[in-house]
Design a protein around this ligand. Structure first.
Ligand SMILES: Nc1ncnc2c1ncn2[C@@H]1O[C@H](COP(=O)(O)OP(=O)(O)OP(=O)(O)O)[C@@H](O)[C@H]1O
Ligand SMILES: [Mg+2]
Length: 338
């Protein structure tokens, strides 16, 4: 399928994947690996989650994400390269840092993509032993107390992550990275304490040390605002990928898969995916992000109590109305931010 001249990586050539079946990567996830939140066994300050990889939940996320262009393949190839070429070639010749940055509007799937990527990478790369996933909670690191953030960052990257990397190939999610690596050029020293500058300095220094010592670590950072991320961090990234709003082909697949998911217990909802006016719904969701499209289906079921009690009563008109409301809501949010 093509849209805007780009090659499509929409699964099944645009048909919704059967979300109930473990697909592609999900079905290759080994049974022997400890699964789920906390299964990695690392609990330390600043760590939100740790898991053994591959992970079923993350693999399902990966399979459920839909983009028109080759975004997922490109991303997976870069992550795999981190664990093949980077561990073999000296940094003096190939100065890779092991950092991928995903930037884009809210709700476009960046966090899900990063988690799914971790599992997909571990499924594809062999011979390095069990992969570990760590998710950093940036908000728990940033502290108002003078010097505390810098200390917490140094502790996390210099001890917790360095120790984990000594034992496993490691993939680390730095969600909302602008919280940790604040663009120093945009900070005024009057309004922001030296502490904030020092925290960014500490992140960069620790990332450099890790890049030197631990070639088997990959950081995946996400952000809504590339302008808020420190330039020096962006310049260390091996890949900066813009995650876009879904185009028409992706919107169609996201809608179909959501309706089919709800349609499993409520067949009346699943049937709406083949409604003759389905194209109008795809059009009505223009400008909505992936999260907004999936939530819109739930919102449509909540227009009246009877439909909420029995979602089989949902109509295409309910969906069109919910889509219009969601777009209105987005416009209002954009206006209030401007
Ligand atoms: N391209 C997409 N294809 C399919 N589903 C999507 C897509 N984008 C978003 N979603 C849905 O929206 C959910 C939320 O996405 P996620 O939290 O990863 O977005 P995000 O970009 O990290 O948002 P934020 O910037 O607000 O943190 C996903 O789990 C998925 O169900
Ligand atoms: Mg996110």
């Amino acid at each position: 399928m093509r849209e805007g001249g780009k090659r499509s990586s929409v699964p099944d050539g645009g048909r919704a994947a059967d979300w109930r079946q473990p697909t592609a990567i999900a079905e290759r996830v080994g049974r022997g690996v400890a699964q789920g939140a906390g299964s990695g066994g690392v609990s330390a300050a600043g760590i939100l989650d740790s898991r053994g990889l591959p992970d079923q939940e993350f693999a399902r996320l990966w399979d459920s994400l839909v983009f028109e262009d080759d975004l997922k393949n490109r991303l997976l190839a870069q992550a795999v390269l981190n664990f093949t070429i980077r561990t073999q070639v000296p940094r003096a010749y190939l100065p890779l840092h092991g950092i991928i940055v995903l930037v884009g509007p809210p709700g476009t799937g960046k966090t899900s993509l990063a988690r799914g990527l971790a599992s997909a990478t571990a499924s594809v790369v062999s011979g390095l032993g069990g992969f570990l996933y760590l998710e950093v909670d940036p908000h728990s690191l940033t502290s108002a107390a003078l010097g505390r953030t810098q200390k917490a960052v140094t502790e996390l990257l210099g001890s917790t992550i360095t120790e984990a990397a000594a034992a496993h190939p490691l993939i680390v999610l730095l969600d909302e990275v602008e919280t940790l690596a604040v663009d120093r050029s945009r900070l005024s020293l009057e309004a922001n304490p030296v502490d904030v500058h020092r925290a960014t300095d500490a992140v960069l220094a620790q990332l450099d040390l890790l890049a030197d010592r631990c070639p088997n670590v990959l950081f995946v950072a996400t952000s809504n605002f590339s302008e808020a991320i420190d330039r020096a961090l962006l310049s260390r990234a091996d890949l900066i990928l813009e995650v876009p709003l879904p185009g028409a082909a992706a919107r169609r697949t996201i809608l179909q898969s959501t309706l089919e998911a709800v349609g499993s217990p409520f067949p009346g909802v699943g049937r709406l995916a083949s409604h003759r006016d389905f194209d109008r719904l795809v059009e009505a969701c223009a400008d909505l992000d992936g999260r907004g499209i999936r939530k819109m289906v739930a919102a449509a079921c909540a227009f009246d109590k009877q439909t909420a009690l029995d979602p089989n009563r949902l109509t295409l008109n309910d969906l069109l109305r919910a889509a219009a409301q969601a777009r209105k809501g987005m416009t209002a949010t954009k206006r209030s931010r401007a």
